[in-house]
Design a binder for this molecule. Structure first.
Ligand SMILES: NC(=O)c1ccc[n+]([C@@H]2O[C@H](COP(=O)([O-])OP(=O)(O)OC[C@H]3O[C@@H](n4cnc5c(N)ncnc54)[C@H](OP(=O)(O)O)[C@@H]3O)[C@@H](O)[C@H]2O)c1
Length: 220
């Protein structure tokens, strides 16, 4: 499949690399077609990898991942001309709306009765936004078997067919069917984005980013 990636950071590169390993053609997009990190990634990754602007990546991908800084993701959609280039496509949103004004901040720009996932969906009414993978470190997103027991990935979005396709991608990353929890419509992005402050506190308390959340039910 042809897949676009918005983002040249750690998450974009990790997901892009895994998708190429799985046989997909991947175009990484950024503000500049000459972005150094994207150029280096393409050089080391080979013929199934390419790069360009956000708009180039959006046009290229049948499915596109948003791996940009949450504070600028809405701006990125504009740069990508997303209302046109992402029409009838799936946008997999992995971002978190962290307020980046202050480096030590754990504050979210949108929370409680709104979320970045919903804002992206509102900005792109003809695109199916599916939010997933934003609740864990990127090394686990694409390699869940690094955790030696059952653990969970959440997903939400308004279109059932789009979520089915995203679940297939998650399974190709080796998430087990029973580890994928569908939380409902895109408004569930409020809940998964609001896990970020808890994730950050656990990171601070354990000094490890290689962990994930596991849901355990009591018998009744
Ligand atoms: N790190 C993790 O393990 C992890 C886990 C879960 C979720 N997340 C979320 O995943 C997303 C990506 O994280 P990351 O650390 O890989 O990357 P990041 O540093 O948060 O974002 C990098 C991307 O943001 C773009 N960007 C930055 N400022 C911009 C601006 N003013 N206008 C337009 N684009 C701008 C950059 O564009 P250029 O390419 O042009 O520089 C780059 O592609 C974030 O939302 C993060 O919260 C991260």
């Amino acid at each position: 499949m042809k897949i676009g990636i918005f983002g040249t950071g750690m998450v974009g590169e990790t997901i892009a690399g895994r998708l190429v390993e799985l046989g997909h053609e991947v175009k990484m997009g950024s503000r500049s077609a000459a972005n150094e990190k994207a150029t280096a990634w393409v050089t080391k990754t080979g013929s199934r990898a390419s790069h360009g602007t956000f708009s180039d990546a959006a046009m290229f991908g049948e499915i596109v991942f948003n791996c940009t800084q949450g504070a600028v993701s809405l701006e990125v959609l504009k740069l990508a001309n997303g209302t046109q280039t992402l029409k009838e496509k799936i946008l997999i949103d992995v971002s978190n709306p962290l307020n980046t004004d202050n480096e030590a901040s754990t504050a979210l720009l949108y929370c409680n009765d709104e979320s970045l996932g919903e804002r992206l969906q509102k900005a792109l009414p003809d695109t199916h936004v599916v939010k997933t993978l934003n609740t864990m470190w990127c090394g686990i997103m694409v390699n869940p078997r690094r955790v030696k027991e059952t653990h969970h990935v959440y997903l939400c979005g308004n279109n059932i067919g789009a979520k089915t396709r995203v679940k297939e991608i998650l399974r190709s990353f080796e998430w087990a069917q029973e580890e994928i929890l569908d939380l409902g419509g895109i408004d569930a992005a409020r809940a998964t984005e609001m896990l970020l402050p808890l994730w950050q506190r656990i990171y601070g308390a354990t000094n490890s980013f290689a962990f994930n959340f596991k849901i355990v039910c009591a018998s009744h």
